[in-house]
Design a protein. Structure first.
Length: 109
């Protein structure tokens, strides 16, 4: 059969399914972004970090990587977050899920 998404957790929506509403469009201020992070050791020289960012950014845009992602049910969208943007994003997610765990009473005893 055919499986069709009915909702997107990403605030930007899905290019592949422009008619699928986002939680934000439905009035909910909630987002569940999916991400993968590539990290380098602290103190890695900026030229090395810049080269890695460029290489990964180009790879994510490649038709081969896009095809494999789609075949695995994943969608690569948006631009990679780096530096302060990535640090802020990870901190926000850490705080959100930490609070959710406390509210649900799931913290380790």
């Amino acid at each position: 059969g055919t499986l069709r998404p009915v909702l997107s957790y990403d605030n930007e929506g899905l290019d592949e399914w422009p008619d699928v509403p986002t939680l934000k469009k439905l009035g909910y201020e909630f987002e569940v972004p999916l991400c993968e992070v590539v990290a380098a050791p602290r103190g890695t020289p900026k030229p090395v970090v810049d080269k890695l960012v460029t290489a990964f950014s180009e790879a994510l845009k490649s038709p081969q990587v896009q095809k494999v992602a789609r075949e695995q049910g994943s969608i690569i969208s948006g631009k990679p977050l780096t530096g302060d943007e990535l640090h802020k994003f990870v901190g926000t997610q850490f705080n959100f899920y930490g609070q959710l765990i406390k509210e649900m009473g799931l913290q380790k005893k």
